[in-house]
Write a protein that binds this ligand. Structure first.
Ligand SMILES: Nc1ncnc2c1ncn2[C@@H]1O[C@H](COP(=O)(O)OP(=O)(O)OP(=O)(O)O)[C@@H](O)[C@H]1O
Length: 852
């Protein structure tokens, strides 16, 4: 009997008439609108055109060729270097034990204890925490390697490697008295990295110091929260190297190490948790953090409305303190993947080769022939109404109330396939409505499911949506609530980190839901520690991975595998993202059935970014960057009174520095990054969503998925972690077919990155003139910035580029460049860096560095 091994292919070609998909029409309502431009920086003005995606007459319409289009240039980055760094890091960590790192904890709320602190619960153990956790956080975004204790306490040093690259370690001082912490996370695989693991910021009180090291991915490692004051040192790396240990004992000095590599969560953690239990140790990784997501910052557009009704968001403002920033942040840390996946490669590549792809493209479409510089815009909308598909009347009412008149291209392409029950991997450009595309058919599954008659208090979860960040989870839940407006009996809940687990447990009991939106860490926590939760998950009929490439990247991969092992094999799985790099295609079998469909709405031969977004790059010496940034912002503001600008920086601490600088220059600016408490992040995020006339300086916490309406300009300073990150950051503008602008500001030695995005419609920007007065103004503003900010930015900068494969491999050159960065901040001498940190970065004894 033949076995079907190959995924199905969908050919969209004019020679094939597909009747299955309704016709897509071009929304030809052109509303020319002059886009403000930088008169000097951006001489080419763009006009918005809603031209559409391929739109052909009904019968023709269909997709045409199948192309896997993923073959875009790979990421640049940082991968291997991460591995190397991790090796160094783990060796270093394994041999280190310092009584000077102590930690304490403080938590009073009993519920919390269980929850947040995670006292050892579950197998995953992870949760650690104790009071301080709260302060800790960090994950990726962080990216920062910065040091210094931010909040008061002792010295701190932070370093996270992201992308594979970075290394991270973080030493942040506690808030309370003199505690100091040192954490190290490498993000390696995926986004997690950073965040997850590590954050320390404040928290504890009393003097304790902690040192953690979590390589790879996110969450592993990091958290700490244990209780009791003690010194602890954790090391969790994935590759097994660490392995071992786990000692720690209750009291003070402890050293934990969890090998992760092979294991799925389960096991790994188990061992660790065992050891920590009762000892107050925290754990390594996994845990809580994951959960940690906090806040909701992005609640999105629909915010208010949404959370209401049957749904509840398990997150309290009160909890913000606790948040761990966790996990999720974004970025991609790639890197680890190579190491981990090597054994699977051959098998996977076969699968990819056979995959069936459905690609929406039209060979003769304007875009295909003039992909980029034509100035033509994509149309994310079709003329197909939602009522052309078999959706329940109440869902259609919800869609109508949401203001969605016709479907977007990705919605039109995926809905019929998903409604048929097929597994789908979908790729569609940023801001084109992927969230509705997976939520709407998922809701229909709930509508069609027989009512639960067994356990009213613990109804099965029918739809499980996993998002990489808390903000995204919150935003997706908000969208779900909007769509569910007329389905009073269907509930949505969000479980994200940064909240008290026990509180979430209670809320889940009080408000049973059929749709659960979660971040991986917290979800795993519930699987392990919430009574009856695992049983509820056995009801899952639809699993959605939003930002799938990120979730399947090494940082989250283990957690995803663990979660998948906790839900039925007989289910429908939907993977969505704006980027689907080849590596992800190779591993998507982890979640998808072999006969899944790859629906690619990005035209073959066209760029992966929105054509109506004008992309520019500017390569200029580092010393000019601050002045250039200021000049271009001023110009943009002058051009557009309704300006709304996102400035992405490489690390959290560099983000802070840039925000402080722009503030000194009297620009209306806010900052957002993982070192900020979630409550602050949520507030700022909401403010930015609703405002115009505002600049938001951000780390990669805002890179993916955040739906800020009407962003007029995205500036990226310094080389992004990889190609995908560039695309997702840029995707914060030009959403829903609107126009936007993006500029990438690089130093000459970062110019290599342009080769990885050379297929995108990015052109060279003329260098704006920076008059002497502007230069002086910037220098003056820099001189007003606190030394601490400069020190931490320097250290973070060094850590970020150290983990970059292209730049960080020549340590001597790297140090020269870092010192150049130091001079751009107005420092005559580069700040001294703790020896431990230098050792961790593999930079001991490199000339040009000052140690302390
Ligand atoms: N059919 C529709 N008509 C009009 N607007 C829509 C429609 N579907 C979704 N939207 C809106 O489009 C915006 C972008 O949607 P969404 O955030 O889901 O994009 P995305 O493709 O997931 O982007 P990203 O890749 O950045 O995550 C949202 O504000 C959403 O409410």
């Amino acid at each position: 009997m033949p076995v079907k091994l190959l995924p199905q292919f969908r050919f969209f070609n004019s020679t094939f008439t597909l009747t299955r998909l309704p016709k897509m029409k071009c929304n030809s309502t052109l509303k020319p609108k002059i886009i403000p431009v930088f008169s000097r920086m951006f001489p080419h003005k763009l006009k918005y055109r809603s031209i559409g995606f391929p739109i052909l007459p009904a019968q023709e319409q269909e997709l045409r060729r199948f192309s896997t289009r993923s073959g875009s240039p790979g990421s640049v980055s940082v991968s291997k270097s991460l591995i190397e760094d991790e090796a160094e890091l783990s060796d270093w960590v394994s041999g280190l034990r310092s009584d000077s790192f102590k930690k304490t904890q403080v938590y009073s709320d009993s519920d919390d204890n269980e929850g947040d602190r995670g006292s050892g619960r579950g197998k995953f153990g992870n949760r650690r925490n104790g009071g301080e956790e709260r302060g800790e956080k960090r994950r990726r975004d962080d990216d920062d390697f910065s040091g210094s204790g931010r909040r008061s306490g002792g010295p701190s040093m932070e370093s996270n490697s992201r992308g594979g690259g970075r290394f991270g370690s973080e030493f942040v001082g506690g808030r309370g008295g003199g505690r100091g912490q040192m954490l190290s996370n490498s993000r390696g695989g995926g986004r997690f990295g950073n965040d997850r693991g590590s954050r320390n910021e404040g928290g504890g009180s009393g003097g304790q110091d902690r040192m953690e090291s979590s390589s790879r991915g996110r969450r592993f490692g990091s958290e700490d929260r244990g209780s009791g004051g003690q010194d602890r040192m954790e090391s969790s790396l994935r590759g097994g190297r660490f392995g071992s240990e786990g000692r720690g004992s209750g009291g003070r000095d402890r050293m934990e190490s969890f090998p992760r590599k092979g294991g799925r969560f389960g096991s790994e953690m188990t061992s660790s948790s065992a050891s920590r239990r009762g000892k107050g140790l925290v754990g390594s990784g996994y845990g809580r953090d994951m959960g940690a997501q906090v806040g909701s910052s992005r609640l999105g557009r629909k915010e208010g409305t949404s959370m209401g009704r049957g749904s509840s968001m398990l997150l309290d403002e009160d909890d913000t303190d606790n948040e761990d920033e966790d996990e999720e942040e974004e970025n991609g840390y790639k890197g680890f993947r190579d190491l981990i996946d090597s054994e699977e490669e051959s098998e996977e590549s076969d699968e990819v080769a056979d995959e069936k792809v459905l690609s929406l493209e039209k060979e003769d479409s304007p875009r295909a022939s003039h992909p980029s510089s034509s100035g033509k815009s994509d149309s994310h909308l079709t003329e197909t109404g939602f009522d052309q598909f078999p959706l329940s009347p109440l869902s259609l009412k919800g869609v109508k109330d949401a203001g969605y008149k016709t479907m977007t291209v990705v919605q039109e392409a995926t809905l019929p396939v998903i409604l048929k029950g097929n597994d789908v991997l979908a790729k569609a450009k940023t801001g084109t409505g992927k969230t509705v595309a997976f939520l709407l058919p998922s809701i229909e599954v709930v509508v069609k499911s027989p009512p639960n008659t067994l356990d009213q208090k613990r109804p099965p979860v029918l739809v499980l949506v996993i998002c990489p960040t808390r903000e995204l989870a919150t935003q997706a839940a908000a969208e779900a609530n909007t769509l569910l407006k007329y389905h009073p009996s269907i509930g949505v809940q969000v479980v994200i980190g940064g909240t008290r687990l026990a509180l979430e447990q209670k809320r889940m009991q009080a408000n049973p839901c059929q749709i659960l939106v979660a971040t991986p860490g917290r979800l795993r926590d519930h699987v392990e520690n919430t009574a009856g939760f695992a049983t509820r998950l056995m009801g899952v009929k639809v699993l959605v991975l939003d930002e799938a490439d990120h979730l399947l990247d090494m940082g989250f991969r283990k957690e995803i595998e663990r979660i998948i092992s906790a839900i039925p094999k007989q289910r429908q799985t939907l993977l969505f993202s704006a980027t689907v790099p080849p590596e992800v295609r190779q591993i998507c079998h982890i979640a998808l059935k072999r006969d899944h469909e790859f629906i690619n709405t990005v035209e073959e031969g066209s760029e992966e970014t929105n054509a109506q977004v004008q992309q520019m790059h500017l390569v200029s010496p580092l010393e000019t960057h601050f002045s250039l940034l200021y000049a271009m912002l001023k110009e943009h503001i002058a051009d557009d009174v309704n300006y709304k600008v996102l400035v992405f920086c490489t690390t959290a601490m560099v983000t802070r520095l840039v925000a402080e600088l722009l503030g000194e220059l009297n620009l209306n600016v806010r900052e957002i990054h993982s070192r900020k408490p979630q409550s602050y992040r949520t507030r700022v995020s909401d403010e930015f969503r609703k405002s115009t006339g505002l600049i938001l300086v951000s780390s990669d916490v805002s890179a993916r998925g955040v739906d800020y309406p009407d962003v007029t300009l995205v500036v990226q300073i310094g080389v992004p972690a990889d190609r995908q990150q560039y695309i997702h950051r840029l995707g914060r503008t030009g959403r829903k077919g609107k126009e936007g602008q993006g500029i990438l500001l690089l130093a000459p030695w970062e110019e290599y990155f342009l080769s990885t995005i050379k297929d995108l419609p990015i052109s060279k920007a003329p260098v704006p003139l920076v008059d002497p007065e502007t230069k002086k103004k910037v220098e003056r503003a820099l001189s007003h910035i606190d030394m601490k900010s400069k020190e931490t930015a320097y250290q973070a900068w060094l850590g970020y580029y150290n983990s970059n494969r292209s730049i960080g491999k020549d340590k001597y050159r790297l140090v020269e460049l870092a010192n150049e960065f130091s001079r751009t901040m107005g420092l005559d001498n580069p700040p001294a860096i703790p020896k431990l940190v230098l050792g961790k970065m593999g930079l001991k004894n490199v000339p040009g560095l000052r140690s302390k």
